[in-house]
Design a protein around this ligand. Structure first.
Ligand code: BG6
Length: 491
């Protein structure tokens, strides 16, 4: 599909996200010929720089973070010429008139058709203010389309998310709002649907008659970094579970959509959220483990404990790890535990989904431990994108020594995959919101999260410790052991 002409206004243009993700993504789209002379970018930020300095800023960010090398000469000049900058405080209503003049001037100069994309890469408490000011200044009044892309977090709980949504809705319709969950832009997350619905061999088995349990792990080696002011108030439940982890649950557990259309797909995802069992405050303890890292080492390198990190409250009870046992109460998934686990300062950075199939009705073969591995289907979301199917087979040259064999597919061995932000920006420009989150998904996710938070707030003792460089607190292992199961990822 050809990309229509558009103007892209980025709020927070001198911030971290723009630097690490947005400029490199625009650059890749440009280099890969998806964008040509059909766009302009306006950066809005608090830093007092001019457009010339802004282009250098963009250049440096691409040199540092792009997966493609920086082009030189005329090709770079043509790209850089599309960027301009305006500095103002987004709370200052009067300043939006100047932004509007700049947008109109750039549209004329570049013969753009009036399509306007606004990207909010700013503090979430300003989302509503900017959306309102965009409308009141007339910036949303255009002959082309208008769209708003919003970064997370979308609210802090259900009530704040709903208030934010109401505020934004006054300026943009639901179909004009693109809520980012960058996990949905990851190649292998998008591939889950294809593997499930383009192959005849998995779908017949994709239910509680054949699947024993599902495990989703997203581990990170990084700690809180320089984000304590946000993270210490959010914690892993809000930072990773409410969005990324639940999105992966939806992708794995949704019914096949009737058509490959945005709303048909999102409708099926929402049904998973409706069927996701909500825990009462009393049930939280039995199903959910939360942990916080204490000092330890990863690969021989020592790291501080969470409470010793800069800007973290030394008495903080914020969780940096969550493991949970979830249930989806519908015909397909009744009684199949879905174990999820995510945390900071773990031994490896990886995201993996493991589907464990049920045991055979009777064992005829055994491995050398007098046991037999279950069949596993593993989606490797990152790194080493791909799929592994684990089967049992006879060891070559022996009569009956049974060994597990892995059938492997590598998704990024021949060429690096596009970054999540590239694919999401591309979709947003084309008006495809399939891999963005709809309001009802967000609302239901918060309704699941809120009682858990409430239970924890009342019971600070439920916080377990885990040492840096481990796969979480012992309680996270016990959660599966109690069910006679184990985590397959890591140890
Ligand atoms: C972000 C969280 O949404 O996702 C971060 O705020 C986390 O805390 C990040 O580190 C993980 O994303 P990725 O793409 O590195 O797995």
């Amino acid at each position: 599909e050809t990309i229509p002409s558009f103007i892209f206004t980025i709020f927070g243009a001198t911030g971290d996200l723009a630097k690490r993700k947005l400029f490199p993504a625009l650059y890749s789209l440009y280099r890969e010929k998806q964008l040509r002379c059909n766009f302009a970018v306006i950066g809005v930020g608090r830093k007092n720089i001019d457009s010339f300095e802004f282009r250098t800023w963009v250049k440096n960010s691409i040199a540092e973070f792009s997966r493609l090398s920086l082009c030189a000469g005329e090709e770079w000049e043509q790209f850089a010429a599309r960027f301009s900058y305006i500095s103002f405080d987004v709370k200052d209503t009067a300043k939006y008139a100047a932004l509007r003049s700049l947008v109109e001037a750039k549209e004329q100069e570049n013969k753009l058709s009036g399509n306007r994309m606004f990207y909010l890469a700013i503090a979430p408490q300003l989302f509503g203010t900017v959306a309102t000011n965009l409308k009141e200044s007339g910036l949303t009044n255009t002959k082309g389309w208008k769209r708003l892309i919003i970064e997370k977090p979308f609210g802090h709980d259900y009530t704040s998310a709903e208030a934010l949504n109401e505020e934004i809705k006054r300026s943009f319709a639901e179909e004009e709002i693109y809520r980012i969950d960058h996990y949905l832009g990851k190649e292998m997350v998008q591939n889950i649907q294809v593997i499930r619905f383009a192959n005849s061999m998995f779908e017949p088995l994709w239910n509680n008659r054949h699947i024993d349990n599902i495990q989703i792990t997203a581990s990170e080696t990084v700690g809180v970094e320089d984000r304590a002011s946000y993270y210490d108030r959010a914690g892993a439940l809000r930072d990773m579970v409410q969005n990324h982890m639940l999105q992966m649950v939806m992708m794995v557990c949704m019914e096949p959509p009737s058509r490959l259309k945005t709303e048909a797909i999102r409708d099926e995802k929402v049904k998973v959220m409706r069927a996701l069992r909500r825990f009462s405050e009393e049930e939280v303890d039995r199903h959910i483990v939360r942990g916080q890292y204490i000092a330890g080492t990863i690969g021989g390198k020592s790291f501080l404990g969470y409470r010793e990190e800069p800007d973290v409250n030394p008495a903080s009870t914020t969780e940096t790890f969550v493991a949970a046992k979830l249930y989806i109460d519908n015909f397909r998934w009744a009684d199949v535990p879905i174990y999820i686990r995510t945390g900071k300062r773990m031994p490896e950075k990886l995201t993996e989904i493991v589907i464990q199939f049920k045991e055979l009705p009777k064992r005829l073969y055994f491995n050398k431990n007098n046991d037999l591995m279950p069949n596993l289907l593993i989606f490797r979301i990152q790194p080493n994108e791909g799929i592994t199917l684990l089967l049992n087979a006879k060891k070559q040259g022996t009569d009956s020594q049974i060994i597990p064999i892995g059938m492997e597919y590598c998704n990024d061995c021949e060429a690096a995959s596009p970054e999540a932000y590239e694919s999401l920006l591309h979709d947003a420009i084309l008006g495809d919101s399939t891999f963005f989150t709809r309001w009802d998904e967000v609302a239901l996710a918060w309704k699941f999260i809120d009682p858990i938070r409430c239970a924890w707030d009342k019971d600070p003792c439920s916080l377990a410790e885990y040492e840096v460089g481990t796969w979480g607190p012992v309680e996270a292992h016990e959660l599966l052991q109690k069910d006679g199961k184990r985590w397959w990822t890591g140890s």
